[in-house]
Design a protein around this ligand. Sequence first.
Ligand code: NAD
Length: 482
Amino acid sequence: MAGLTNEQVDLIARQLAGRLGGGGAVTEPATAAPRTVFVTSNEGVYATVDECVAAARQAFLDLQDLSLAKRTEIIAAFRSTMLREAEDLARQAREETGMGRFEHKVIKNRLVAEKTPGTEILQPRTTTGDNGLTLMEWAPFGVIGAITPTTNPTSTIICNAIGMIAAGNSVVFNVHPGAVLCSMNTVRHLNAASISVGGPANLVTAVAGPTIASATELMHHDGINLLVVTGGPGVVKAAMKSGKRAVSAGPGNPPVVVDDTADLQKAGRDIVHGAGFDNNVICVDEKEVFVTAGSGKKLLESMRASGAYVLSDTELRRLEPLIFDEIRGPRTHGVINKKWVGKNADVILSQIGIQAGPEVTLVVADVPEDHPLVWSEQLMPVLPVVKVSHVARGINLAREAEYGFGHSASMHSHDIEQLSRMARVINTSIFVKNGPIVAGLGAGGEGYTSFTIASPTGEGLTTPLSFSRQRRCVMVDHFRIV
Ligand code: NAD
């Protein structure tokens, strides 16, 4: 038995229990989440970074000895196990983090289980000519160090594990300290799935008591061949400074532009759906809207009809000190009060004396362009809407409010010139036309999914190819058969 002592496990459980239950009156399934920390060696959870890396290294070597068909079978087992556990893990994540919505976390878990690419994407390439044949294949890096966020804890682990192991790697996770139990349970299920089809144990390992110190140790560990970090600006900066190759998925502040040619009813509905999805904790969720002045009133009406509560000016004044610990001035990121991150719209409204039912999923504020709500990634279902004189102004403001993160954006319009213009100007990894931005994750849109969208380092929506090395094998003068 490797890992934590029972006293350490009890301590973690007590610390977590102290953090649970502070989430306000959120509609939840009645059953409580099981709370177990797993510390046996087959289940992948270890007390130290060294133990995690050693176990994952052995698993990587074991995986190397297996066929590609077996690897494909392991990925299929990951998918079916995660589909089976999608609801339980969603419930655990909601309860432990106090953020988001159970039903949306179920969708996220299912989405990554079904639509994260697997071994099928590792298509080799060949070239032949008078000088023979050259084969180019996708090889694993080895042991990956992965750091995951609190906003999508289980879905990021599922997505990363499928992509990284499909590419032939093993992985050590240092998860967010606020999402330990749901993350450890995800890791345990992934290892059990591998073992159930004759795959190695410990393909996925995790530090039982993760901290910034253990994340830093992982980033600098000699046994780690590649870093993959998903989170805010701090972790991206730390990974880029580590001296290792890093696939870095950082923050966003996705803008939406709506012009006079848009179907305003559909635009309002899509924006409320997207910005309210998992209470806006997802990095791609709509964070601010720029609408041409002639369409502003109609858009707000449509948003109201789709489940948004539109604040009056006096109500907005009451909301500002709740959301912000500090407002640092116009066009500047404020300091967010983390207590309200990911809470339901009706819970947030009740804090400023507005009683709304659970059918209200989004709070909307009609604000001037300089308002700090526009310039702050708050991760709450509170969406600023700015009226602009013309569409070009909206596109330029969208580019500025996105801060050059290159993450995500959308536009609602039927003017193909403007749609193309915004696509070029905004320069983001994901750009959605006439739909909620989650469609860019494959939820209601075409294409594969990823919950690690690496804009700063250029991989975009990561796949097994992002976790692979290119290798070339050359046969000189032979094997061209035509
Ligand atoms: P966070 O940055 O607080 O934490 C993310 C992870 O990084 C955690 O495991 C945390 O412990 C670790 N971490 C933070 N600072 C670190 C440091 N200096 N050194 C080492 N490790 C560090 O973010 P969060 O609140 O968990 O998640 C929300 C943020 O993540 C938002 O900014 C969101 O936009 C972003 N995000 C981006 C993507 C993407 O794919 N681009 C996906 C999800 C979340």
